[in-house]
Design a protein around this ligand. Structure first.
Ligand SMILES: [Fe+2]
Ligand SMILES: [Fe+2]
Length: 283
């Protein structure tokens, strides 16, 4: 079989990442495309067809969230593998989420302003590169622990947010970086502390790298969300709340990591409960 031609426009490179099934190959394609964009070897943005669902490896088996086994045996090697595997799965999804933005929302399509600045693409290419780095770091930790991505089941709810917001960049930014990635900032410090308590400093160090990078991802989401609100003459906080109510299932779960969110410029005014109280977790 002749190898696929190397794309020379960014949207095509993004589609190529999305259409790569093997997890390590997807991560490698993501890093390579980002390097070529930074080096100027890919200069045009172009247009591409983003697939409805990105290609994924045959394993892990994907299950509905409610079918996922409960984690047992806190502190065992198996429980550390389960946690690293779950985060690796999130990072693999995050690679696709970043490149889906690049492939799907070309300037001048789907209500995207034709003068969408080039540094919008710089930001999402960097996010795609970071997510691939995160996946590979976790794959390395899994290998050291005698496991691999694909060994355990993973949950299939993560692409839902992308599918739900596939027609509207503003909705995509409201949900993916500003709900899901912001949620990552809320939960990661406790995971880091857990690995440190267990004496697994290497896994804790990987999660620290992820945590620092993810602040930048939320910041990029917030920056472009507000830029697009400005273009549409929409009030950011009210618009974000309305989009979250429309597109995100379930309440946002406190406690929120106000400090990390603030570092991303994502102020408490967005997600504080008053007056709607819509964000209160009633579980
Ligand atoms: Fe990540
Ligand atoms: Fe991220």
């Amino acid at each position: 079989m002749t190898p696929a031609p190397i794309p020379t426009a960014l949207a095509a490179a993004a589609a190529a990442v999305l259409n790569t099934a093997d997890a390590r190959a997807k991560a490698a394609a993501s890093r390579a495309a980002a390097a070529r964009w930074r080096a100027g070897e890919i200069a045009a943005i172009g247009a591409a067809k983003a697939p409805d669902r990105p290609a994924r490896p045959a394993r892990p088996e994907l299950k509905l969230p409610r079918e996922m086994p409960k984690r047992r045996g806190a502190g065992t090697r198996e429980s550390r593998i389960a946690l690293l595997h779950a985060v690796a799965h999130i990072e693999l999804n995050a690679i696709d989420l970043a490149w889906d933005i690049v492939a799907r929302f070309a300037p001048g399509t789907l209500d995207v302003p034709p003068d969408l600045p080039r540094n919008f693409f710089d930001d999402w290419v960097r996010v795609g590169d970071d997510e691939a780095k995160h996946f590979l770091l976790l794959a390395e930790r899994l290998a050291v622990l005698g496991a691999a991505y694909g060994d355990l089941a993973a949950h299939d709810g993560l692409w839902q947010a992308a599918h739900e917001t596939r027609h509207d960049l503003l909705a995509r930014l409201a949900i993916v970086p500003l709900v899901l990635e912001a949620r990552g900032l809320d939960v990661t410090p406790a995971m880091i502390a857990r690995f440190e308590r267990l004496g697994d400093m290497e896994s804790a160090a990987v999660l620290r790298v992820i945590y620092a990078d993810e602040i930048g991802h939320v910041a990029a989401g917030r920056r472009w969300f507000e830029w697009l609100c400005g273009r549409r003459g929409a009030a950011p906080v009210e618009t974000w709340r309305a989009l979250v109510r429309k597109h995100f299932r379930g309440p946002l779960k406190p406690p929120f990591n106000d400090e990390a969110r603030a570092k991303a410029g994502f102020s408490i005014a967005y997600y504080s409960a008053a007056p709607e109280a819509a964000w209160t977790n009633t579980d």
